[in-house]
Design a protein around this ligand. Structure first.
Ligand SMILES: [Mn+2]
Length: 406
């Protein structure tokens, strides 16, 4: 199976698919799947664009809407995670994962799916310590604080991924695992990217939860993006342990290293995206403690036994199949002939894919804020005192964005 891996998409689907078509022709290969490591920008219309945390000069429609509206069709099955520049309102509708457009699958805030017999996991967002232990309290429309914190990685989602016991083939995180530079040529990296030097030397470059997941999951491949440069590394887990090939990739610009094709041994195709039994069991087990407020998320025993859920999920999948529920449009797509200058504020929408998924797992719908009304709201009422704005780790990304002409 040939899998094309891409760094940040930034809404440039036309360009990436075009590059892949040319690559297939030039090399005489067939690409089976595209995976993208975040900053996908699944922007459907002007309202979504207001939910993306991005400097105004980069607040542009780009090309996802064509694939969402049906005007264009993704020529390769595409799987993506979220980064720090996303239509977060739309990704929240699909918190558990789902089709963002036909043939384009969002892995969820955390998720695992199967493509053929290849098992792919991922964690969306970037790490920010001050928000790590909070619940997912953010709802559209976002303010200046929640438009940023909505994509900050949560302990809850990492904990779910820490429960994955069966081997994964590929894992994706948007920011790099903390300390990863020690396993590659960091001297080259800081020569080309001077502003990483201090963080590399202080061992502060990257995400601590991603590093913990890397240590726990030990997948053969780990891909990241975010810092807009290529960086390979090889991690040897223990003396006789397995190895992980790490690769960070750039964003999609001419002359940049934004694509890599890997060849993974697999069953013969055709392949399709399918639900993963172990992941659904973990999702089912953890949904009862899904934290949805400002309150600090703690759980008495962090090791939950999922065996009963596993059995239950297996019989459900045997009865109904493991194919994800069909794509459904939930917002009008952008119409270039009728641009909207004053878009309405985005509000939460119950995506039928998510509703079907939860019905399938016999779980309640919790993604709208009404769920927390019965809980103690004192904590969530104190927004004014909440720290925000210190997004220093994002600086390299934003500094580089500011230098680039897109
Ligand atoms: Mn990013």
């Amino acid at each position: 199976m040939k899998i094309a891996v891409e760094g940040c998409m930034h809404g440039e689907l036309d360009k990436v698919y075009d590059t892949l078509r040319k690559l297939e022709e030039a090399e005489g290969v067939k690409i089976d799947l595209l995976i993208c490591c975040g900053d996908f920008q699944a922007v459907r219309n002007e309202s979504d664009l207001q939910c993306v945390n991005v400097p105004d000069k980069f607040r542009t429609m780009n090309s996802f809407w064509k694939y969402y509206s049906g005007q264009a069709v993704a020529p390769y099955p595409t799987i993506f995670i979220g980064g720090n520049h996303e239509a977060s309102n739309y990704l929240w509708e699909l918190y558990y994962g789902g089709w963002a457009a036909p043939n384009i699958y969002f892995l969820g805030f955390a998720g695992v799916v199967k493509f053929g017999n290849v098992r792919i996991g991922g964690l969306s967002g970037i790490h920010k310590q001050q928000h790590y232990y909070l619940g997912h309290h953010e709802r559209p429309p976002y303010d200046q604080s929640s438009i940023r914190s909505v994509y900050h990685v949560r302990h809850y989602d990492v904990l779910k991924l820490m429960h994955v016991k069966e081997p994964l083939d590929i894992f994706m995180s948007h920011d790099w695992p903390l300390g990863i530079t020690e396993y590659g040529n960091w001297q080259n990296l800081i020569r080309d990217k001077k502003f990483f030097e201090e963080e590399v030397n202080n061992r502060t470059l990257g995400s601590e939860p991603a590093a913990k997941l890397l240590n726990k999951l030990k997948p053969p491949y780990w891909f990241s993006a975010h810092l807009h440069c290529k960086f390979p590394a090889i991690i040897q887990h223990g003396e006789d342990g397995p190895t992980t090939k790490f690769l960070a990739l750039d964003k999609c610009l001419p002359g940049r290293n934004f694509l890599q094709v890997i060849d993974i041994p697999s069953n013969p195709g055709p392949y399709e995206i399918q639900y993963d039994e172990e992941w659904l069991a973990i999702t089912r087990r953890f949904n009862s403690v899904f934290p949805l407020t400002w309150m600090r998320f703690t759980i008495r025993n962090e090791q939950l036994d999922i065996q009963d859920d596993r059995q239950w999920v297996r019989s459900k999948l045997n009865a109904s199949g493991a194919k994800p529920f069909d794509f459904v449009q939930t917002a009008p797509p952008f119409d270039p002939s009728k641009p909207v200058s004053n878009p309405s504020l985005a509000v939460h929408c119950r995506n039928p894919q998510t509703e079907s998924f939860l019905q399938f797992l016999e779980l309640p719908y919790l993604l709208d804020s009404s769920h927390s009304e019965g809980l103690d709201r004192n904590v969530s009422g104190s927004q004014a005192g909440h720290p925000f704005g210190d997004d220093s780790i994002e600086l390299p990304d934003e500094v580089e964005d500011a230098d680039d002409d897109e």
